[in-house]
Design a protein. Structure first.
Length: 303
């Protein structure tokens, strides 16, 4: 199993290097008006890379699927953790949601504080449709701005859409990316506007990578602290955490705030690891990963 996961990790690192993750090339004109460019081109993963990740991930142990309907969850966007992404999407597949609200960091803090779009997403396996009515609701309320160009370059959402297409082929998406300093008040405003759409056929997915650039032991220590913050729903502390703990407190808070509003105070940790563990290397700079879900009937499982 260690060998299999190592192969996954090495393959995905090569894949990341091959397409230049955050700055993948896209057409210069990324139509600001409807109809000019109705789909973001597929730039984050090729069909061959996607299918290799899927095939290798099937050799790993299956994650425990939580009981009950998943309301919200957290998944990595670093494709080195491809098997974790696959496990998370497999957990959602049986639920067949009609809508996924996919929220992640705006890594370069470009454009507006909260960005969404109306364009669809092209993937190696076909088109993922954007629920334009939901996105327009946020735009009309002034809670987000439309910026297709910045959105199309952001791997925290663009890198996950191909997995949504594979496991949830009929599901529509609304993609949101957040500046680093988006506040809890802004998150609450977004959730209030999204509430009518977050019924039984919708799931909110936060795309978050955790500790960065630490040794594997340092990363494990940071993750233990972050897990404690998450278990306590300690938003004040969460929003003070930096990149050595996670890359988007606001995205994480959105998944937790939604669950909390529905009376859910426990979550299932599906997996927690880091790239140092995957490579059995105590000295490399790592990224760490959690996948977790809130479901309507759940018990908390320690990582």
């Amino acid at each position: 199993m260690r060998k299999t996961i190592k192969v996954i990790f090495l393959f995905c690192v090569l894949a990341l290097l091959s397409y230049g993750c955050p700055e993948a090339a896209i057409p210069e004109k990324q139509g600001k008006g409807e109809g000019l460019n109705p789909a973001h081109p597929s730039t984050f993963v090729t069909k061959q890379e996607l299918h290799a990740i899927l095939a290798l991930a099937q050799q790993c142990d299956k994650v425990k699927v939580p009981d009950g309907r998943v309301v919200s969850g957290v998944v990595p966007h670093h494709l080195a953790a491809g098997h974790l992404i696959v496990g998370f999407m497999e957990a959602l597949a049986g639920q067949e949601p009609e809508l996924v609200i996919l929220v992640g960091p705006n890594h370069h803090n470009k454009g507006g504080r909260v960005i969404t779009g109306l364009n669809d997403w092209q993937t190696p396996e076909g088109l993922v449709k954007t629920d334009a009515a939901v996105a327009r609701n946020l735009l009309g309320r002034g809670l987000a701005v439309r910026d297709e160009e910045v959105l199309a370059r952001e791997h925290s959402v663009g890198g996950l859409v191909p997995f949504i297409k594979h496991y949830l082929p009929g599901t529509r998406v609304v993609t949101l990316i957040l500046h680093h300093d988006v506040s809890l008040q802004e998150i609450d405003g977004l959730l209030a506007a999204l509430e009518p759409h977050l019924e039984r056929k919708a799931v909110l997915v936060a795309s978050v990578d955790f500790s960065h650039y630490l040794t594997r032991r340092e990363a494990q220590a940071k993750d233990r602290y972050t897990l404690k913050v998450m278990k306590n729903f300690d938003y004040a502390t969460l929003f003070r955490l930096g990149n050595d703990h996670l890359d988007s407190p606001a995205s994480l808070a959105m998944a937790f705030r939604l669950a909390e509003g529905k009376g859910l105070k426990q979550f299932n940790v599906l997996e927690n690891t880091n790239s140092g563990i995957l490579l059995n290397n105590d000295f490399m700079d790592t990224t760490s990963y959690f996948t977790l879900v809130f479901s309507e009937e759940t018990t908390n499982h320690e990582p």
